[in-house]
Structure formats: C-alpha cells, structure tokens
Design a binder for this molecule. Structure first.
Ligand code: SAH
Length: 220
C-alpha cells in the first residue's frame, strides 16, 4: 500500500473526505480512510491534477471518466467489503476505484475494455505499490469467470439491465453494485445473492458512461 509521505494534495484529499463524503452520509470509517489514502491526483491527466479532489467526474483517455469522489465512496460503501474479500470491478478506467477497493479487500480483479486504459491503470497501480490488484482487458459485462466467485462486484459503467452472469459470479451473500437504466440516466442498484434468490435494493439516480459489451449496450 502506498505511503502518503510528502504529498502536496494531502490537505485537499482530507477536505474532500470531510466536505464531500462524511457530510453527505458516507459512514463507513474504513471507506473514508481508504478515500483519504488513495492519491486521486495520480489517476487523472496531468493538467487535471490540481482539480482532482473537486466534487465532479474528470475526463480520462478514450472519452471515459473517473467518477466523482462521492460516487466512488458510495459504491464502495454499498459493496460492504470485508478484509478477506475477493472483489471484481468492471470498468477499470484510470484504476482509481480499483485502488480504493484494494485498500479494503484481500484481492481485486478489474477488467477494462480499452487496452490502452488497462495498460496505463496497470502501470500506475504497480508504481503506487498495489500488489493485490490484477488488471484484465476484455468485456466485463460477462464478468471474469476464471477468478469467480466474488464477494462483491462493482460495475463502474451503466448497464441496460442486470447481467445474470454477474449475479452467478457472486458467492452466497455476495453484493453486485451496478448502475441500471438508459444511456442518459440510471439508478444505482445493489443486488445481494441470497440462498432463496437475488434481492435488489434501489439506491438513487446517477449517470455513468455506458457498459459496452455482450450484456451491456451494443455501442458507446
Ligand atoms: N472505475 C473507473 C471509472 C471508469 S469509467 C475509475 O476509477 O477511473 C467506466 C469504464 O468502464 C470506462 O473506462 C469504460 O471503458 C469501461 N467499460 C465500459 N464497458 C466495459 C466492458 N464491457 N468491460 C470492461 N470495461 C468497460
């Protein structure tokens, strides 16, 4: 795990945690600590570093975005990650949310459809010292069957429906956190795999870039 050390953004990051996360209802202290540790400014394009801790998403390569800090904290909190958990993230993007997940879980697999994004996320995460993250390239709407089952799956892109294969790749009591809806607006849903079938909890409205793949949208 990276050490904070001489980081010019420590105070901006702590202010983000208090003003954008804690004050808006993020309660899990482990999630708040993870958000206080991960150097978000490293994951955005150089010219955006100074605005990395502001309350909005930021553009990255391939026309994609790194989500707003609150959205990352909220999805990660909803995934209820425990230290022994094996987690799958769909949509690695910059690698930022994978780093937050890796602060909380034993092992994180993250899959990205754009090879260039997967490669840069992989390089940065290794550089920052995250030894418990594996970055894969491919269509994450199909999950990542070879490493299933997962305690939690967090989908960082909008899906037209809940891909059944993702539910099947959860262990019992596993949680799938996924934005479901149309291309313009979605609802964040948490699907829990219970012995008598999946239970769906609907959270709030959100807007993500599309999940493009076999069980997602057919194009971006
Ligand atoms: N978690 C990222 C946010 C990335 S935005 C971060 O912290 O930076 C969503 C990402 O999902 C984009 O990079 C997009 O390319 C990717 N994506 C969309 N459809 C996908 C699919 N079917 N499989 C894997 N990645 C996908």
């Amino acid at each position: 795990m990276p050490e904070i050390g001489a980081d010019p953004y420590v105070s901006a990051r702590l202010e983000m945690v208090e003003k954008q996360l804690r004050s808006r209802g993020i309660r899990d202290e482990r999630v708040l600590r993870a958000m206080a540790r991960v150097p978000r400014h490293e994951f955005v394009p150089g010219e955006s570093a100074a605005t990395a801790y502001e309350d909005h998403p930021i553009g990255i390569a391939e026309g994609q975005t790194i989500s707003q800090p609150f959205m990352v904290a909220s999805m990660v909190e909803a995934a209820e990650i425990e230290p022994a958990d094996v987690v799958l993230e769909v949509g690695a993007g910059s690698g930022y949310q994978a780093a937050v997940l890796a602060e909380l879980a034993a092992e994180v697999f993250t899959i990205e459809r754009f090879p260039a994004l997967a490669a840069s996320a992989q390089k940065l995460l290794a550089h920052l010292g995250y030894a418990n993250i594996v970055v894969a390239t491919g269509d994450g709407s199909e999950g990542l069957r070879q490493h299933a089952p997962y305690s939690a799956i967090v989908v960082a892109a909008a899906s037209p429906s809940i891909p059944q294969t993702l539910v099947e790749q959860l262990r019992e009591n596993g949680r799938l956190v996924i934005p479901v809806g149309g291309a313009e607006q979605q609802e964040l849903q948490v699907v829990r795999r219970l012995p008598d079938g999946p239970r769906i909890e609907r959270k709030y409205k959100c807007k993500f870039v599309p999940l493009v793949g076999k069980y997602g949208f057919s194009r971006s």
